[in-house]
Design a protein around this ligand. Structure first.
Ligand SMILES: Nc1nc2c([nH]c(=O)n2[C@H]2C[C@H](O)[C@@H](COP(=O)(O)OP(=O)(O)OP(=O)(O)O)O2)c(=O)[nH]1
Length: 137
């Protein structure tokens, strides 16, 4: 048995018109410092996954997004808790990206995203994204 916190998290895999993916780097001084992740965060009580994503993207980047197809849900046990991460493809509808909670952000080609040092919970999603050849809806 583990008494670790179970943390439900959603991440937005934002794709632009050149089929590049927005990757964001976590700040120093927090858990998973300087690891790369997808913009998003913890689902609050009573929120749907989509509501949490819309709120987090507004808070982190002041962007409005359209939430598209679900990619996957994976569970990863960290020392600080168990993270259940659900990822969705998304598109930016409006807003200039502001970097309010990350130290770096970059648009990367789908096939190159594996080169970054991702939070471990993201690895299954990264593999699916790299290998996906269809159209994003
Ligand atoms: N947003 C996001 N979080 C991720 C990903 N992968 C991953 O392991 N996580 C972890 C990091 C955090 O422990 C948790 C998300 O929490 P958060 O972003 O709302 O909060 P945080 O730890 O940065 O800060 P705080 O609100 O607890 O102060 O999930 C990911 O791709 N995106």
């Amino acid at each position: 048995m583990t008494d670790k916190k179970y943390i439900r998290v959603v991440g937005a895999v934002i794709v632009n018109s050149d089929d590049e993916i927005l990757c964001a780097q976590r700040p120093e001084g927090k858990n998973l410092a300087l690891k790369w992740e997808f913009p998003g965060g913890k689902i609050e009580k009573g929120e749907t996954e989509t509501e949490a994503l819309l709120r987090e993207l507004d808070e982190e980047m002041e962007c409005r997004i359209d939430v598209l197809d679900k990619i996957t849900t994976t569970v990863y046990e960290y020392d600080f808790g168990i993270v259940e991460l659900t990822t969705y493809y998304a598109k930016i509808l409006s807003g200039e990206i502001k970097m309010l909670e990350h130290v770096d952000m970059k648009w990367m080609n789908r096939e190159n995203i594996g080169a970054l040092d991702w939070a471990p919970a993201d690895i299954p999603a990264i593999e699916l994204i790299q290998n996906y050849k269809g159209a994003i809806k």
